[in-house]
Design a binder for this molecule. Structure first.
Ligand code: ADE
Length: 233
């Protein structure tokens, strides 16, 4: 089974609507719908925005459905001149940029997963390759790079520059790093897939409101197209 988590209704509604034999459940106060997507067993959850919601949802999903792969999907702010609205990002890693213990001399954004301290949270390369391949077949502007996660809607070019400088981030959003953390702790394969809705700058709010829906749909179409290949990977 593949688990798919998006924060907002628009990021998951198209997937839920496409599920055959849908079954609903609520766990930790969050809605899960399981079923088949083109014959592939899938569970889709809407977690709400932010790292705590995302982590709670991922933990509930892993415990209840035991998916072989979890995908964090939805929209993100693009970072850097090459990452444009409507582009797609497949995460090579995720970071939680606001996990910061440097004031006491500890490494920045390091997360302890079962005794392994890591700054960059892993993604599944074999599943990334499938997402990137299917993405390139239906869209232009497909990037692979670091997704930076924190509890903040970023609308500040200086903050973006810092995320790029410090983490090599190509996109920022509010859930992927938390879901990656839960998946790493549970030894569950993980992918971060995002479509760019804004450039996390002064126009971020207007762009987000204008483009988020179309961008979210791009991830949904890609997941529908690649579900069988992801399941078989
Ligand atoms: N999701 C989409 N755009 C975003 C941004 N600029 N900051 C945080 N999360 C986002």
């Amino acid at each position: 089974m593949i688990g798919i988590i998006g924060a907002m209704e628009m990021e998951v509604a198209g997937l839920i609507a496409a599920l055959e034999e849908p079954e609903q459940a609520v766990c930790c106060g969050q809605p899960f719908t399981s079923g088949r997507l083109g014959g592939v067993p899938v569970v889709v959850a809407k977690c709400g925005a932010g790292k705590v919601n995302a982590a709670m949802c991922a933990a509930a999903m892993v415990l209840r459905y035991a998916p072989s792969l979890v995908v964090s999907t939805g929209v993100a702010g693009g970072i850097g001149p090459d990452v444009k609205i409507g582009d797609l990002v497949v995460a090579t890693h995720a970071v939680q940029y606001d996990y910061d213990t440097t004031a006491i001399g500890e490494p920045l954004a390091a997360v302890d997963v079962g005794g392994t301290v890591m700054a960059e949270l892993p993604t599944s390369e074999r599943h990334n390759a499938i997402l990137a391949q299917y993405a390139a077949e239906i869209y232009s502007g497909v990037h692979r790079g670091v997704i930076a996660t924190g509890d903040r809607f970023v609308a500040d070019p200086n903050f973006c520059a810092a995320l790029r400088e410090e983490f090599g981030a190509v996109a920022c959003e509010m859930e992927t790093g938390a879901i990656a953390h839960v998946c790493a702790a549970n030894r569950t394969a993980f992918c971060g897939l995002r479509a760019i809705s804004d450039n996390a700058n002064d126009d971020g709010k207007v762009d987000f409101l204008t483009f988020a829906r179309d961008s979210a749909e791009k991830c949904i179409a890609l997941l529908k197209a690649s579900a069988a290949a992801l399941e078989n990977a």
